[in-house]
Ligand binder design. Structure first.
Ligand code: FAD
Ligand code: EPU
Length: 358
């Protein structure tokens, strides 16, 4: 466990006096490196609290100015249209702590500021299994429950025990289990409720000390077997190689993964699509609903590999919208709105954004 350090400093910034436990408050802070689209934006104020005391201090001080607060992890599921008014809080809570072990299960609590994929690598090495399918997803641990991250047949809700979050309204830390979080496909209470209502400080996972291989998604089993895979570490390496093959690296091509969610539609609607496209793909979700890959709808609407100025869809995966260089957030948003309008015109289906636009 990494002990949180508490820095008893006194800061003065302009006319604000910062008392002990206050993290540095930056004004007009550049966010270009804190969003994977790589667009230009500045935060009016920016703070990186490393522990609960610092978080509470910065929120209390800041409340006096009564400006909005945005919580920002690694910026891999967010699009900045402009400069951000108010305070941007980047939780930097660290630490990985084993809470208990029982009957081949282990509970591990992780600080919200830890890097998601580094945590998955660490867990796999320690023999705490179950997160391998979620390898190489960008972002921080605290952001992972917000949209219930998922990939290759596993969602964080499958490995989730509870989380701790600071509630600025009630000024207390609350502990929430899976039911409280109301997880769904790319959603949770944190997305459906008022934005910023809770600030996640730690997430506790329930993992397995015996290998638990989930190979049921798409071609994963075939590739795993063909490559001689046996262990969870092998599965992690396979997932990493599949993702590297399919998705652009944000360090090279700015993007935020899937821009839209895969829409769920009534079977009757899907049957209409099938009359025109007999090979249209779908996945069953409920008795009367199916999920259609948004990538397929976007491709059929003519947007695969299309580029306008500095924005385009990724040639191998049109659900991923790419900043080819100097695009602004507004240009990216305009581009995606054109895609949305065309898909709607072509199929009568309204795509819902996965990425948060601010
Ligand atoms: P941010 O983008 O910084 O924030 C996302 C949201 O969470 C914002 O609303 C923010 O306010 C809120 N938030 C952040 N931290 C906290 C906190 N501590 N408390 C409360 N609210 C908070 N996602 C998937 O599900 N599956 C994938 O396979 C996947 N692949 C991706 C591939 C690429 C190349 C990229 C760029 C993105 C991908 N994503 C995927 C999306 C993204 O990685 C996840 O949504 C990730 O969890 C976002 O983490 P972040 O720290 O970057 O969050
Ligand atoms: N497809 C096309 N044309 C293409 C690419 C794909 O028609 O050019 C169709 C194919 O039918 C393919 C299907 O789309 O079988 C699904 O494609 P893929 O396996 O790439 O997955 P996805 O549904 O596009 C989802 C998640 C990803 C996650 C992968 C793997 C959503 C919105 N996206 O993508 O998550 O990594 O599955 O589980 O659910 C993210 O959320 O940011 C993200 C990248």
């Amino acid at each position: 466990m990494i002990l949180q350090d508490f820095r008893p400093f006194i800061y003065f910034y302009k006319n604000i006096r910062f008392t002990s436990g206050m993290p540095e408050l930056h004004r007009h802070y550049p966010l270009k490196k804190l969003n994977t689209f790589g667009v230009e934006s500045h935060a009016e104020c920016f703070a990186r609290p490393e522990n609960l005391k610092e978080l509470i201090s910065v929120l209390n001080e800041y409340n006096r100015e009564n400006l909005p607060v945005l919580i920002l992890g690694k910026g891999s599921n967010i699009l900045f249209r402009r400069d951000i008014e108010g305070l941007v809080v980047h939780p930097a809570f660290a630490g990985i702590e084993k809470v208990k072990e029982q009957d081949s299960q282990v509970w591990v609590s992780v600080g919200a500021g830890e890097n998601w994929d580094r945590w998955v690598a660490y867990a796999t090495e320690k023999g705490w299994y179950g997160l391998e399918n979620l390898s190489l997803i960008p972002g921080s641990v605290g952001s992972a429950p917000i949209q219930n991250i998922g990939a290759y047949g596993v969602e964080i809700s499958d490995r989730f025990a509870w989380l701790d979050a600071y509630d600025p309204e009630r000024k207390e830390v609350v502990r929430m289990n899976g039911e409280d979080c109301r997880f769904g496909y790319r959603t949770s209470v944190f997305k459906t409720g008022p934005a910023g209502r809770y600030i996640v400080t730690r997430v506790t996972f329930r993992l397995h000390t015996q290998p638990l291989l989930n190979l049921d998604y798409g071609n994963v089993r075939n590739e795993f077997t063909a490559g001689g895979g046996q262990t969870p570490a092998d599965l992690r390496q396979l997932i990493i190689s599949i993702r590297k093959r399919k998705l652009p690296d944000p360090a090279e091509f700015g993007n935020a993964g899937s821009f839209f969610k895969n829409p769920m539609v009534e079977k009757a609607i899907f049957n209409c699509i099938r009359t025109e496209f007999p090979d249209a793909p779908s996945y069953p979700v409920h008795d009367n609903q199916v999920k259609i890959p948004a990538a397929w709808l976007i491709e059929k609407a003519g947007w695969k590999g299309k580029r306008i100025g500095h924005v385009g869809t990724w040639p191998h995966q049109p659900l991923v919208v790419v900043n080819y260089g100097r695009a602004t957030g507004q240009e990216i948003l305009d581009f995606t709105e054109m895609i949305r309008a065309d898909v709607n015109k072509r199929f009568g289906i309204e795509l819902e954004r996965e990425v948060r636009v601010v």
